[in-house]
Ligand binder design. Structure first.
Ligand SMILES: [Zn+2]
Length: 278
């Protein structure tokens, strides 16, 4: 298997990062940028999240544009999202969960049954044609994929709390249990997040990261979450050369990505993964 690599793609006006080689194996992934949507400032323009104050109808249009750009417009109604709480819970979803949280404008009554998967920061599936999407503005998006013996994907929301409670590692285990894959066969993708250049934390927290992961994740009060994510993934058995990193700092590139630390009230970009065939 080749080392996973991501390329930047613009399709139908939407810009995202993906791995074309993985797509050939029946798994499509994408990290969105913020251009190509319909939301007005401060959510301009491809805001994908329902919970940050944007107009839900515009968010739904943005989600449709993103999925269409990625080439899965036909799976729009099957989209699954989650209520992210900076925890470490991973939820395995299947056919019965199809469409949960697909619509940002879903209200009460029958539509409430289609609300996002509650209290979950990681979604896992081995069911084809169920797109999983989580939302980000500085936190680390992580996508995991396997193709053997059966395809499987995981999408993970990893802020500092989640990383410290080893949510990347827990997601690898959940994916392995679901699919029967070897951990060494897992391909991992670390998306756009705030870089250590712009991420200052309390020195005690920085020290805790270095102790927890037995690596240099923090230098003084600058924390590199990707280093800790990588360590957590490798503790779960993922090979270092099967981890791809996008490498952009959301704070520095707040024109291309949403950054909570840069803008406070802002939108969310997305991490999306879907099995396109058996
Ligand atoms: Zn930076």
């Amino acid at each position: 298997m080749n080392r996973p690599e991501m390329i930047r793609v613009e399709h139908e006006g939407v810009v995202f990062w993906t791995d074309p080689e993985l797509a050939k194996d029946g798994v499509r992934i994408a990290f969105s940028e913020r251009s190509g949507g319909v939301s007005a400032p401060p959510y301009d323009s491809l805001d994908l999240a329902a919970h940050v104050g944007d107009d839900p109808l515009l968010v739904d249009e943005n989600r449709s544009r993103f999925l269409s750009g990625v080439g899965i417009a036909g799976l729009r109604d099957s989209l699954i999202t989650a209520e992210q709480v900076h925890g470490d819970v991973i939820t395995l979803v299947g056919t019965d969960d199809s469409g949960r949280g697909a619509s940002a404008s879903a209200g009460s009554g029958a539509a409430a049954l289609r609300s996002p998967v509650p209290q979950t920061d990681g979604l896992v599936t081995k069911t084809p044609e169920l797109p999983l999407m989580l939302f980000f503005a500085d936190c680390v998006p992580v996508i995991l994929a396997v193709t053997d013996p059966v395809p499987g994907v995981a999408v993970v929301h990893a802020g500092w709390r989640g990383v410290l409670s080893r949510i990347p590692e827990k997601a690898v285990h959940a994916l392995i249990v679901a699919t029967g894959a070897e951990s060494s066969a897992v391909r991992a993708y670390i998306g756009p997040h705030i870089g250590s250049c712009c991420y200052k934390v309390a020195t005690t927290l920085a020290a805790t990261f270095n102790e927890t992961f037995d690596t240099i994740a923090a230098v003084e009060d600058h924390l590199d979450l990707a280093v800790a994510v990588r360590a957590s993934l490798m503790d779960a058995g993922v090979e270092g050369d099967r981890i791809a990193e996008l490498g952009a700092c959301t704070f520095d590139s707040a024109d291309r990505f949403f950054s909570y630390r840069a803008n406070d009230v802002t939108g969310r970009h997305g991490a999306l993964a879907v099995i396109t065939k058996d």
